[in-house]
Design a protein around this ligand. Sequence first.
Ligand SMILES: Nc1nc2c(c(=O)[nH]1)N[C@H]1C(S)=C(S)[C@@H](COP(=O)(O)OP(=O)(O)OC[C@H]3O[C@@H](n4cnc5c(N)ncnc54)[C@H](O)[C@@H]3O)O[C@H]1N2
Ligand code: MOO
Ligand SMILES: [Mg+2]
Length: 605
Amino acid sequence: MGDVKFGILTVSTSCHENPAKDLAGPKLATATAEAFPSSRITFKMIVTDSFPEIVNALKLATQPNVCDVLFTVGGTGFAPSDVTPEATRAVIEKEATGLSCALIAKSLAITDMAMLSRPACGIKNRTIIVNFPGSAKAAVECFGFIKTSILHAVALLNEQTDNVKWEHQRIQQESKVKLGSGGFLKRKSPFPMLEVDTALDLIRHQVAPIEESEEIAIENAATRILAEDIKAPHPIPSFPASIKDGYAVRQSDGMGRRRIRAAVAAGDVPDSEELQPGEIIRISTGAPVPAGADAVVQVEDTQLLETSETGDEDLVEILVAPKIGQDIRPIGSDIQAQSVVLKQHASITPAYIGVLAMLGISRVKVIKRPAIGIISTGNELVSFKGPLKPGLIYDSNKVMLLTLLKSFGYIADDCGIAKDTPNSSKSILENALKAHNFIISTGGVSMGEFDFLKQVLVEDFGAQVHFGRVNMKPGKPTVFATLNFEGKSKIVFALPGNPVSCFVTTLLFVLPTLKYLENDQQFIGWPTVDAILEEGIRSSDARPEYVRVIVSRNEQNTLICKSTGKQISSRLTSTVDANGLLLLPGRAAFEAGESHPVYLFGSIF
Ligand SMILES: Nc1nc2c(c(=O)[nH]1)N[C@H]1C(S)=C(S)[C@@H](COP(=O)(O)OP(=O)(O)OC[C@H]3O[C@@H](n4cnc5c(N)ncnc54)[C@H](O)[C@@H]3O)O[C@H]1N2
Ligand code: MOO
Ligand SMILES: [Mg+2]
């Protein structure tokens, strides 16, 4: 069994409004980490006392691989708003009655008030759900009652018969913590390590798609998301139009010799005088078909017999009998008037812009985009436009991210470079927050003494850090936070400073979040293909690795991929020619010929 994954779901309307009030959740997290040092908290969420919200959160937490054990805290009492056990029963597939009984029996031994607790425990997929009361003291106490059996339960649920080994390992780890210095725990990141998919789910749970729209000129609308259905104000074509260069005829006249009455070209006003039997009109592609004509005969199916004194065509033989409607685009045959031609929440492409122009629509309503500000952090950084001094490096992250976002149509602003001090980080962030509601920073988020970003976000801006570590390479210290600034809600991605890490996390977290905020119905994640490894790859880290690769096709037309070389996250040249991120599970050797998924962020051709 690998690390056991724990989740904590706090159910409390007041904690949801002010997360600082959630005492039980963090205390339980600490108790779990102390009891099971090699465990990880992979899910943390606060929901209101609403039944559907609890059910949704339980469903999220019990998806495969999110957590092995989910503790809920709160909502188990007798108040009308206490519905956690009911929501739990609505989700679980099997009840774990023994756990509920143990919680009640052991609590009764401490206080009669335990009679008023109604915990439900059970199993959904491979997750064990346990309801704890909302008071921090009682929740931690209850955790103490079941902790001896919980790992065994996880082992059983996962059909892991060798659970004795696991139990030994746990006891050994417990004794290590007791023997070790207090410093060991302090040096541990307080942030649970989330899986990438859990982190993405958490983001979607914390941000809401933007509803406000703005009207813009269609010339500027490429990549924007339509805020409304577009109906055709008039049909296309708006007059019957010829598909060929040739002659407009009456089908009933059939083959034979015809005198040319007139000629119409594209752009001419339609001839209102009805075509009479035996007459034909010379016509060009796109020109209006005259009244009375019901077919066009292409010039290749005719023969010129006579010309007039002025040299114009006069008498023509129709060599092939025409059919009704032949080579004519009837009114509305491309687009019917009043039909919905473009759908709300579609991403506008150049072809969409062509259609809008075709319909004479010069401005469209699109979903407003967040105002994005980008900050770099680090005493070592200077602008690439100036000279370099010893010990300093050029700030390459900011211009890379500005242009990466621009390549997807997002305009972001340069909000400067923060020094590695809380004051500088605070003032640069404050300025950025004044004009932007979506902040991306790079650097200052790992374990160093100068990594102040999270501290400043929480202490100076009251931010809620939803996650601070992700089980991925590169990108482990990625931070996602939300905060309220001057009455407005803001989103912050504090990305790792290593150039490859911030590039990859922008692809995997920032861009999908922007697409989600805009309600882009066409973006459902990066397209993924399975590709064959051209060469073996060795992964040295326990984290799942996103290897920069070049995807191409071999002679058999099979998709193959090749690593761009050394994958250290400072080596940005490993990213320049890559068109894909090969996802490899951590710490293993992968042989040439194996097939693995690749996220395609660039073109194969
Ligand atoms: N004790 C630990 N140290 C580190 C851990 C850890 O878990 N424990 N994680 C490592 C990982 S993984 C990463 S990724 C980095 C992330 O560090 P930070 O986000 O705090 O970034 P910095 O330390 O500020 O910078 C890292 C690296 O990147 C260079 N950098 C930063 N900004 C820019 C920029 N705008 N342009 C170009 N290069 C930049 C910076 O000079 C550093 O070399 O932490 C590990 N450490
Ligand atoms: O996660 Mo860090 O991004 O390995 O380099
Ligand atoms: Mg730094």
